[in-house]
Design a protein around this ligand. Structure first.
Ligand code: HEM
Length: 403
């Protein structure tokens, strides 16, 4: 184990936009965990292997209450001073579980299948019809990858779809580490003001639709279990986490399958493969670009490194999901891969609450898209597709395709 401090790899090779930064390969071979300088200039640890990464996420001595590491150079942001209460994301057990359980019933596979799937089938078919009636060459992000996740989160939360431009642009600003803190904070404040007004409107009109109305019930009345700040924070969290991630994954998955024609054909010929294919895309693409951190609550050891109480350990999930110790031929997309776990939705108790919603969206869109437009192809070379290199979620900014 060396004490050398390396810069956290964040720059991708533009000619290989589907792969994580190339420096990860050597780092991961050399040692499972290394001292790093994070993008904002602070130092800590970085884990690049799967086994040690899962250990970090599963160890109750590693706390989710942390300062950010992925902000731009010189911008250290304490999560206690964010413009809104991010709720259980930065909490530990037992508070995290108690808080998260307020929402879990709406996100089980069964709830998604019975309550969301019929709506999802309808809106996807409508969008495919609109694509068929429109120009032959079109931007898949605007035509499908963004509208479907926006419609779904609006339906789930009880948010008007007419407001999508506002909440999406505020989200993009807030999550873009290429933008100044002022711009990012402005995005966050916009979302807070938006949800605050929506909550007030719902209280005034007695509107009972969606998760937001259910949360209002939990905040109001004598046996209230949510403060006003927690209520607004949860609304903001679900709104941004629930659409931007899935939109990024939908655009990137489509790009990936367009550049892997045999696997796309395989998926078309055998629709039963869609479930494993989505998991493989989640592993291969791992859109959380800069990793997720945990803080040691006491001195402990990970992968042979002595971590001191209070130190931050970031797991580079995009590197861990390409670890050859955990996956055969990890740099190859293989929808037939026999896989039992990956870190595309995070790992451990904080693993994505909305993963069944995201899966349902991807499972519905991808097969229907390729069945309806079997000749779908990129309208620009892969290297010229504009990628989002600075958002906390990696994705395509625009995806011009011809049907
Ligand atoms: C492909 C799409 C998605 C990806 C890649 C993704 C990724 C993730 C990841 C990596 C985490 C772990 C965060 C951590 O450990 O700190 C997470 C947590 C979370 N996600 Fe997602 N997510 C997606 C879709 C969604 C959707 C659709 C929703 C809501 C409708 C959602 C809501 C949440 C929430 C509330 C958490 C916090 C869970 C906790 O801390 O217990 N996500 N997500």
């Amino acid at each position: 184990m060396t004490d050398t401090v390396v810069n956290q790899p964040v720059t991708r090779d533009p000619s290989r936009p589907l792969d994580p930064p190339a420096e990860f390969t050597q780092l991961r071979e050399d040692q499972p965990i290394v001292r790093v300088r994070y993008p904002n200039g602070t130092t800590g640890w970085l884990v690049t292997r799967f086994e040690e990464g899962s250990q970090v996420f599963n160890d109750p001595r590693m706390s989710a209450k942390r300062h950010r590491h992925d902000t731009p150079e010189g911008e250290v942001q304490d999560t206690e001073n964010l413009p809104f209460d991010v709720g259980f994301v930065f909490m530990d057990e037992p508070d995290h579980g108690a808080y998260r359980r307020l929402l879990t019933a709406r996100f089980t596979p069964k709830a998604v299948q019975t309550k969301l799937q019929p709506y999802l089938d309808k809106i996807v078919d409508e969008h495919l019809d609109a694509i068929a009636a429109g120009p032959e060459t079109f931007d898949f992000v605007q035509a499908m990858a963004l509208p479907i996740p926006c419609l779904v989160i609006c339906e789930l939360l009880g948010v008007p779809y007419a407001d999508r431009d506002g909440f999406h642009h505020a989200t993009v600003d807030m999550m873009d580490m290429g933008k100044s803190q002022e711009v990012r904070d402005k995005g966050a404040h916009w979302l807070v003001a938006y949800i605050t007004k929506l909550v007030a409107d719902k209280r005034r009109t007695g509107d009972t639709t969606g998760i937001l109305a259910e949360l209002i019930n939990k905040a109001d009345g004598e046996d209230s279990i949510l403060s006003e700040r927690q209520l607004i924070g949860l609304g903001v969290l679900l709104l941004f986490a629930g659409h931007d991630t899935t939109a990024a994954m939908m655009g990137l998955s489509t790009l990936t399958l367009l550049t892997h024609p045999e696997q796309r054909q395989d998926l078309l010929d055998q629709p039963g493969k869609v479930g494993p294919a989505i998991e493989e895309l989640m592993r291969y693409l791992t859109i959380v670009q800069f990793g997720l951190g945990r803080v040691a609550l006491e001195d402990l050891e990970i992968g042979g490194a002595q971590i001191k109480k209070g130190e931050l350990v970031v797991v580079a999930m995009n590197a861990a999901n390409r670890d050859p110790r955990a996956f055969d031929n990890p740099d190859t997309l293989d929808i037939d891969r026999k896989m039992v776990r990956h870190m595309g939705f995070g790992y451990g108790v904080h693993a994505c609450l909305g993963q069944n919603v995201a899966r349902a969206e991807l499972r519905t869109v991808l097969p229907k898209l390729f069945a309806r437009f079997p000749n779908l192809r990129l309208a620009t070379p892969l290297e010229e597709v504009p990628m989002d290199f600075t958002g906390t979620n990696y994705g395509v900014r625009k995806l011009m395709v011809t049907r």
